[in-house]
Ligand binder design. Structure first.
Ligand SMILES: NC(=O)c1ccc[n+]([C@@H]2O[C@H](COP(=O)([O-])OP(=O)(O)OC[C@H]3O[C@@H](n4cnc5c(N)ncnc54)[C@H](OP(=O)(O)O)[C@@H]3O)[C@@H](O)[C@H]2O)c1
Length: 331
């Protein structure tokens, strides 16, 4: 379907920007509505500068066949749905809407949700309101739009990632040598390439796909996931697996931040977070590129973007930890 009029609420950073870029490349007429403070919109897309703390003015924005929204605040979504109730909606939510992070193989049909928070909450002060507010946003879209798909991403990775979480691995792999691999090689994890989710969102707009789906990649044992990532970079690497008890004792953080090893999640409490069943999403149109491509392209983006954020511990800290680990296992 060429020539769709698409409104991207966002479009200046990462996933919503990738959605706009994908839609422009397919020949659609793309309008992005954002303040414009997070970055630029892709070439070929139109930016309408606005602040969503104020109600949307549809007479300024125009008419649209489809809307993609990534908002976190329920009032923003309610306002936009009221303005564009006749369009097809794709709302980008999160797996943080689930009340169960422990059960592997979950899907939207099997996992319970957290209770909704209907009012807007400042996420800097109350970050735990993120999932509950997304539940309220989802409901506003599903109840108010003529037709809608909800996509619940897990960890989104790839070029343009502002969080620096996955970026740790391409950067570290490019250095080569002995790498500290966190946790147990059998721990299951999954990541989703931002461009695969973007393409799926645009296809869902074109095809007016309805339903609620997880935006996740193939669940893989960490040993396979990291090995597939390593195929995307040139240096030879060796892996030293360091168990989570040792990491905890040495104050290594899971998941994100400068003291973390990204992708590592404590087990068994997070056995479910990175092991959703991707089958229903594949059936609904998601396609998944090889992890080696994601890693290679993320590294190319990092090399071209000197101010890109890269999370996780540094090389010196990793060497300290590896030395302490080798001393412990040989002693
Ligand atoms: N990253 C992950 O791993 C992950 C995991 C699960 C789910 N998700 C979800 O995936 C989506 C990611 O979206 P994204 O990558 O596009 O990043 P994002 O940080 O959610 O993008 C927010 C967009 O909204 C705009 N915006 C923010 N405040 C605004 C305001 N007051 N008025 C108007 N526009 C405003 C921003 O543009 P300006 O700042 O230029 O206004 C930006 O374009 C989100 O829905 C997130 O919850 C992410």
């Amino acid at each position: 379907m060429a020539g769709m009029r698409l409104l991207v609420l966002g479009g200046t950073v990462f996933l919503s920007r990738a959605v706009a870029a994908d839609a422009v490349a397919r020949g659609h007429e793309v309008t992005c509505a954002a303040r414009g403070t997070s970055g630029s919109v892709p070439d070929g897309a139109r930016l309408v500068a606005l602040d969503r703390t104020q109600p949307l003015d549809a007479s300024t924005l125009g008419e649209f066949d489809a809307v993609v929204d990534v908002a976190r605040h329920p009032s923003w979504v309610r306002n936009a749905v009221a303005a564009y109730a006749d369009a097809h909606w794709v709302f980008v939510s999160t797996v943080n809407v689930y009340a169960d992070d422990t059960t592997p193989g979950g899907t939207p049909a099997t996992l319970p949700l957290v209770d909704a928070i209907e009012e807007d909450v400042d996420l800097k002060e109350t970050p735990e309101a993120y999932g509950p507010m997304k539940v309220a946003c989802e409901r506003a879209v599903l109840d108010g739009a003529a037709s809608a798909m909800v996509m619940r991403p897990g960890l989104i990775v790839g070029p343009g990632d502002p969080t620096g979480r996955f970026s740790y691995w391409p950067r570290r792999l490019a250095h080569g040598g002995e790498l500290l691999a966190p946790g147990d090689p059998g721990d299951v994890m999954q990541v989703a390439d931002v461009r695969d989710l973007a393409a799926w969102a645009v296809t869902a707009c074109e095809q007016r796909t309805t339903g609620v789906f997880d935006g996740v990649g193939t669940p893989l044992p960490m040993a396979d996931l990291l090995a597939q990532c390593a195929e995307g970079v040139e240096p030879e690497v060796t892996w030293t697996w360091v168990d989570q008890g040792f990491l905890g004792e040495h104050e290594v953080e899971p998941w994100s931040g400068p003291a973390s090893i990204p992708l590592w999640l404590p087990r068994p409490e997070y056995d479910g977070l990175g092991s959703h069943d991707v089958g229903p999403s594949l059936d609904a149109g998601l396609t998944i590129r090889p992890l080696a491509d994601t890693t290679r392209d993320t590294l190319a983006w990092l090399d071209a973007t000197p101010d890109a954020v890269v999370g996780g511990i540094g090389l010196d800290r990793e060497q300290e930890l590896l030395s302490a680990w080798h001393a412990q296992v040989s002693g």
